[in-house]
Design a protein around this ligand. Structure first.
Ligand code: AMP
Ligand code: MG
Length: 349
């Protein structure tokens, strides 16, 4: 399995950060959290308080990981998954909020984003850490898992903080949205500590607070097929960006490629486009919508992007007529903002 760790990465060199602001410096730390590299950069005058703020933001991400992880049996999400198919389960307010937001995005994307895909994720083995454990489920297995999919089958009792699934065997997977939420929370923690110039990057889920440069932070979008190559750059300030692609987690069986983002309608991996990048006002929305748009494909995906105020995006696809070419669709509000290193069309070989 090929693994590109970061779909989006910060292009700007740290040395650039001090230009124009002589007393301010950039402080950066990297940790491994929520199964991915977490990188926090803070621009401030005082070294000690900058690193304290960064560490507090990492602790916040760690706290969310404890709550939302499917790999930790004691997490609030795991407890819900173990019992909510049988009975109504009292749960954490924050988890409830994330489930409610996921249901909102599911409705917005007409079911393309759906956290109840968990049984399908398990059927393919994408929930496992070991690469060799991926499997191709049979038609019957897919059909059985599909019966358990649908956000309308999650019953929330908001007043009493309780959740119940309408069918036993149902499970939730927050892998398509929890990292974005964690980035938003980390930014809140930095703001509480009076940090106003910062960048949080959790495995390609990015929020850019104001930066020393007038134009903001320069973020590189990963080329969907060539490792370490930047497809385009974008400058961000007070905004989030996220990319979904199947070049992160996939396996090949019988000559076909199977990626980790599942179409909840068919129960099969989505793969109509190469990547979907979303710019939004929160990292949660950018994260959820990038997964949704990857499932929807080029046309429906761009329609969804254009229909939401304050949301922009780039969809990269293979050219239908000539598969040696890849092309991009860019939302109206982003056209002028995308900085291109490459020409509009790029040769693969
Ligand atoms: P992302 O990289 O943000 O697009 O998230 C991909 C992850 O979201 C997968 O690894 C699964 O854990 C989960 N997922 C897969 N398909 C879907 C879907 N259709 N809706 C919501 N979450 C999904
Ligand atoms: Mg996502």
């Amino acid at each position: 399995m090929k693994k590109f760790c970061l779909f989006l990465f910060v292009v700007i060199g740290l040395s650039l950060l001090s230009t124009g602001c002589s007393e301010e410096r950039a402080f950066k730390r990297i940790r491994f959290l929520m199964g991915t590299p977490a990188e926090i950069t803070v621009v401030a005058k005082d070294k000690k308080s900058a690193y304290e703020a960064i560490d507090a933001a990492f602790s916040e991400i760690r706290r969310i990981e404890q709550l939302m992880s499917r790999h930790k049996p004691e997490s609030a999400l795991s407890r819900l998954n173990q019992r909510a198919g049988e009975e109504s389960v009292e749960t954490d307010r924050e988890l409830l909020y994330l489930i409610a937001e996921s249901i909102r995005l599911s409705r917005l994307s007409r079911g393309a984003f759906d956290i109840t895909v968990a049984p399908l994720i398990e059927a393919y083995g994408f929930n496992k850490a070991i690469e060799g454990d991926f499997t191709l489920p049979s038609r019957e297995e897919i059909a059985k898992s599909l019966d358990l999919v649908g956000s309308d089958k999650i019953i929330i009792d908001d007043e009493n903080n309780r959740v119940r699934f309408s069918l036993p065997g149902m499970k939730l997977d927050l892998g398509g949205i929890a990292k974005g939420y964690a980035v938003d929370r980390a930014i809140e923690v930095l703001k509480q500590r009076e940090i106003d110039k910062a960048l949080v990057n959790l495995g390609g889920n990015i929020f850019a607070l104001s930066s020393p440069r007038e134009k903001g932070w320069q973020i590189g979008m990963q080329h969907p097929e060539i490792k370490d190559r930047i497809w385009a750059k974008i400058e961000l300030k007070g905004e989030a960006v996220a990319t979904s692609g199947d070049y992160e987690r996939f396996f090949t069986a019988k000559g076909k490629r199977y990626g980790h983002i599942i179409n909840p309608k068919t129960g099969r991996p989505a793969g109509a486009v190469l990547s979907a990048t979303i710019v939004a006002s929160s990292a949660l929305e950018a994260d959820g919508l990038s997964t949704a748009v990857f499932v929807l494909g080029a046309q429906e995906g761009m329609e969804l992007i254009e229909s939401i105020d304050g949301v922009e995006g780039v969809i990269i696809t293979k050219d239908r007529e000539d598969p040696r070419l890849i092309k991009q669709l860019v939302s109206k509000g982003l056209k002028e903002r995308l900085l291109h290193k490459e020409r509009r069309y790029s040769r693969l070989w």
